[in-house]
Ligand binder design. Structure first.
Ligand SMILES: [Zn+2]
Ligand SMILES: [Zn+2]
Length: 257
């Protein structure tokens, strides 16, 4: 399995090392979250993405989804599949594809001449099979309904613990996963902003330590989703934990599992 984290700052500019938006690409064909998806590469490269899985509807995870769908329209006879839970789809319909923020691509897709996208329900606990991958959604503990994913190609499995406060179910599932090769997990605010992490249901490095201690397998742990304005402090506090399994995920690096 090949995995990469898209950069989200304007190409080549100052700020290239900061993560403002979240999108992971799996095997060039599947995107997990669409924060930066619509501003990555060329329309042709974007059109290679045939499935988008959405963890939740916060803007850093869906911001450029509408741009992406527009960019790739008519590039392939079959529409791109958007996978998400009922609350995610309700929000996309009411708050994004509502003919005010952006055209209602969901309604337009009912017409044979304008198949922009296909909405594929994917509720927590369910496993979708696409592009040779089994992708299982697991509920997390965030301020809006949010899932993490276990992505399994039969040989390797990777866990993605998206936006969350303390959680247990996904760790139980990952500990039972026989071919687990890596876990990606958020760490958002520094320790002196615990109050902000608590009200927004995110992890500080102190919480991160408690979460990763729940993993009983010696696989690499890749940290991501650091708030840009706290980047230096969060990185320092995580490195001070001296956890040998942990490293920060780099943008555009090809991770092979
Ligand atoms: Zn969020
Ligand atoms: Zn987020």
């Amino acid at each position: 399995m090949i995995l990469s984290l898209l950069p989200s700052a304007a190409h080549g500019g100052i700020g290239g090392g900061f993560q403002y938006l979240t999108t992971l690409i799996v095997n060039r064909r599947v995107a997990v979250d669409a924060g930066a998806l619509g501003v990555y590469g060329t329309p042709k490269e974007q059109a290679e993405i045939r499935h988008v899985f959405l963890t939740h509807t916060h803007l850093d995870h869906v911001a450029t989804l509408p741009i992406f769908v527009e960019n790739i329209f008519l590039s392939d006879p079959s529409p791109v599949c958007i996978h998400g839970s009922t609350p995610v789809f309700d929000c996309l319909q009411k708050d994004i594809f509502n003919n005010r923020i952006w055209p209602d691509f969901i309604a337009l897709s009912q017409k044979p001449e304008s198949p922009f996208l296909r909405m594929v329900p994917h509720e927590p606990g369910q496993t979708a099979e696409v592009e040779g991958l089994k992708i299982t959604a697991i509920s997390l503990n965030h301020v809006v309904p949010t899932v993490g994913y276990i992505i399994d190609d039969g040989k390797s499995a990777v866990g993605y613990v998206s936006d969350t406060a303390a959680t247990d179910e996904i760790w139980d599932r990952l500990n039972q996963c026989p071919n687990l090769k890596a876990v990606l997990i958020e760490v958002t605010f520094p320790n002196d902003h615990q109050w902000l992490a608590d009200i927004s249901k995110h992890l500080t490095p102190a919480n991160f330590k408690d979460e990763v201690a729940k993993l009983k397998k010696p696989v690499p742990i890749l940290a991501l989703h650091v708030k840009a304005r706290f980047n230096k402090q969060v990185v320092k506090e995580v490195l001070a934990l001296q956890l040998p399994q942990v490293e920060f995920m780099e943008f555009n690096k090809v991770y092979e599992f």
